[in-house]
Write a protein that binds this ligand. Structure first.
Ligand SMILES: [Zn+2]
Length: 234
């Protein structure tokens, strides 16, 4: 039995070089037996990766099948209210959310967000058509969807253009969440035709502001930052 002179790993009799560090094996006392079966397989075997196109195709087929079958069921088996619009809308929205990320990976994230926002507004419109009521769609659905899309774009800009550490990202996230909640509450007040006043969103905003102050303090103190990195392993 011999051992690698470099790393000390135990060597098989057939080894011409160390399997761990690649150091050549030369043992003048031991004549290497030729044609000895090596303990390692000669061919590299690897599990084939799933191609993203195949996955995209699967998602497309499942979405399409669900939408078409529900449409047919609604038309022939359970006619009356157009309930299948909700399912068809959900399938299309799901597809729009997933496909660009899986297939068109080189697109700009801003474009994904814009597409997602458009898909959500279109889905809300389908629901409004289904229940035949449009006030909530125009006064609540569209403003909130646009607000979320806009803030998602702002968040994407911050993540891509500003410092990218986990703490910095958490700072952008909590800032955006606080502002998002304020906008949603104002939109709800406006829709309910009550005076615009901050209630629950003020609480969320306060909590987010406290978290933000903690993050900014941590970011500005090098020792504190390093201690946190050490404890949380990032
Ligand atoms: Zn070695």
């Amino acid at each position: 039995m011999s051992y690698c002179v470099n790393c000390g790993v135990e060597l098989d009799a057939s080894a011409k070089e160390c399997p761990l560090c690649g150091t050549p094996v030369l043992n003048p006392r031991e004549i290497r037996k030729e044609n000895v079966e090596t303990p390692f397989p000669k061919e590299k075997a690897q599990v084939e990766e799933i191609r993203s196109k195949d996955f995209g195709w699967l998602v497309t087929m499942v979405s399409l099948a669900t939408a078409v079958t529900c449409g047919l069921l609604n038309r022939f088996a359970f006619p009356g209210r157009p309930w299948s619009l909700a399912v068809i809308g959900a399938c299309v929205t799901f597809w729009v959310f997933l496909i660009p990320v899986v297939i068109f990976r080189k697109w700009s994230p801003f474009l994904y967000i814009l597409l997602d926002g458009t898909a959500v507004i279109w889905y809300l419109y389908l629901i409004a058509r289904m229940v035949e009521r449009f006030e909530w769609f125009y006064e609540l659905g569209i403003p909130i969807a646009l607000w979320v899309t806009f803030l998602a774009e702002v968040f994407a800009v911050a993540v891509m253009k500003l410092p990218r550490s986990i703490l910095a990202r958490a700072l952008y996230f909590f800032t955006v969440m606080g502002i998002l909640c304020v906008g949603i509450e104002l939109a709800i007040d406006s829709y309910a035709q009550v005076p615009r006043r901050l209630g629950w969103s003020a609480v969320v905003l306060t909590v987010c502001a406290i978290i933000d102050i903690a993050i900014v303090t941590t970011l500005s103190q090098r020792k504190l930052r390093n201690e946190l990195k050490r404890r949380l392993h990032f």
